[in-house]
Design a protein around this ligand. Structure first.
Ligand code: FES
Length: 145
């Protein structure tokens, strides 16, 4: 009895995963399965927190080594796509100079992911906006010190 229940659960899970791949593509699926850079950072050099028009809030934490981002992490109470986009934003920022991070756009995040369904495109722009907020915080703190 429990074997057939386990098999049913496995088949159902596989079906769900296949539907996610069909809808969002392999790149989003892989990042959703193995999220990177998630979690709060203690004593960041810069911190951004933005609530998007969808009502979800994203936070991005940056640590600098001189003018270069040495570490980045994120949290979000939003959708899986938002977490994937924030993860990509962190990945794109690490080991980049501040001026390079300043050029990061939602389009760049979408390009890495091979695009998103229209209803989720805004998640990439929320991630870009949040990393820009964290970057501004870095610059403002630097100006005050
Ligand atoms: Fe709000 Fe994706 S971050 S719907």
């Amino acid at each position: 009895m429990s074997n057939s229940l386990d098999e049913f659960a496995d088949r159902l899970q596989e079906q769900i995963h296949q539907e996610i791949i069909q809808t969002y593509g392999e790149k989003v699926y892989e990042r959703w399965r193995s999220p990177r850079f998630g979690g709060r950072m203690e004593s960041p050099t810069g911190y951004g927190r933005v609530t998007g028009s969808c009502g979800d809030t994203m936070e991005i934490f940056l640590r600098l080594d001189g003018d270069t981002v040495s570490d980045a992490s994120f949290t979000t109470d939003g959708c899986g796509c938002g977490a994937v986009c924030a993860s990509v934003a962190c990945e794109l920022a690490i080991e980049k100079e501040l001026k390079e991070v300043a050029d990061m756009t939602g389009e760049a995040i979408l390009e890495i992911l091979g695009g998103l369904p229209e209803d989720e495109v805004h998640c990439a722009f929320l991630a870009a906006e949040t990393i820009q907020a964290a970057l501004s915080d870095c610059v403002n703190r630097d100006a005050k010190s």
